[in-house]
Design a protein around this ligand. Structure first.
Ligand code: GLU
Length: 296
């Protein structure tokens, strides 16, 4: 299995090198870089989730549909973003092409149940790895580390600099998310309003119904990019949110496989390329150093 995947990586490298030496080098190189590698021949242990998915030729992936830069449904009804690209890299190593991925919207609160019921094979959805969630699902990764932050109206009329300033203010977040739980547990003076998705919080902030929105900095950055006249990011992250790939608890073989794929994508540039074309294109920030995978 490893050797087949290595071959695919070498083949892709060969294409890129060949493209560099040709006249239309730059364009071909860009195309080669943005097309996810789809392994042509795969060989997985019989009975493994990998063999099952590769045999079926499709995988069901839960992701967000309203978070620019990470998972946002495009006008064709297909999600786009960094999480979506991470899922494509993993699917590709199973021999599954992007068009054979079945996307399902997972909102913050239904990720664990969707995994537990088998409605999705994996969840790539700004999904923080934590011990509470690990009681019912498992996580590969992390593949990115975000941090909880606050978004306010442009000009920051309330002068909110951090979570302590939310006391007596109305702040919006999403049910089933770690940022909402953090406000409930540690900032009880804040008046917390929750919805099922973050775009509704952004609408409430735009309408003046709430004074702040709190969740991960990268999600808020995407929302600010969508309404730069209306919103601004406080820019003072106060938690660590390591993003993992959620999957059925106890499937260690599948978890090892995903962790191997993530590490390879960190090394061969596919991860950074995915960042540059999605979240990085919105923020203008270069891909950070990839995190260390936690093989717990
Ligand atoms: N990363 C946090 C979480 O998993 C917030 C983002 C989200 O709700 O998806 O709860």
């Amino acid at each position: 299995m490893r050797s087949t995947r290595k071959l695919a990586a070498f083949a892709a490298l060969g294409l890129t090198l060949a493209a560099c030496s040709s006249e239309a080098g730059n364009q071909a190189e860009e195309e080669a870089a943005s097309a996810p590698t789809v392994a042509e021949e795969v060989d997985f242990p019989e009975g493994s989730t990998m063999a099952e998915l590769a045999g079926a030729g499709s995988i069901t992936v839960g992701t967000k549909y309203d978070q620019p830069g990470f998972g946002l449904l495009n006008p064709d009804g297909v999600p786009e973003g960094f999480d979506v690209e991470i899922a494509k890299i993993i699917a590709g190593e199973l021999g599954i092409a992007p068009e054979d991925i079945e996307w399902t919207e997972t909102v913050s609160a239904n990720r664990e149940p969707f995994i537990q019921n088998g409605q999705v094979d994996m969840v790539v959805a700004t999904y923080t790895i934590n011990d509470t969630r690990k009681q019912v699902v498992d996580f590969a990764g992390p593949y990115y580390i975000a941090g909880q932050d606050i978004m306010v109206a442009a000009g920051n009329p309330e002068g909110i600099q951090g979570p302590d300033d939310l006391a007596g203010k109305t702040v919006c977040s999403v049910e089933g998310s770690t940022p909402a739980q953090n406000i409930r547990d540690n900032y009880p003076e804040a008046n917390l309003v929750t919805y099922d998705v973050y775009s509704k919080c952004a609408d409430d902030l735009a309408n003046g119904n709430v004074q702040a929105v709190t969740t991960d900095n990268v999600i808020l950055t995407g929302l600010v990019a969508g309404n730069p006249e209306g919103f601004e990011l406080v820019g003072n992250p106060f938690t660590e949110e390591p993003y993992g790939i959620g999957m059925a608890k106890g499937d260690d073989e599948f978890r090892d496989f995903i962790n191997d794929v993530l590490e390879e994508s960190f090394e061969d540039g596919r991860w950074a390329d995915a960042w540059d074309r999605t979240a990085g294109a919105i923020t203008g920030e270069e891909a950070p150093e990839p995190p260390t995978v936690d093989r717990y």
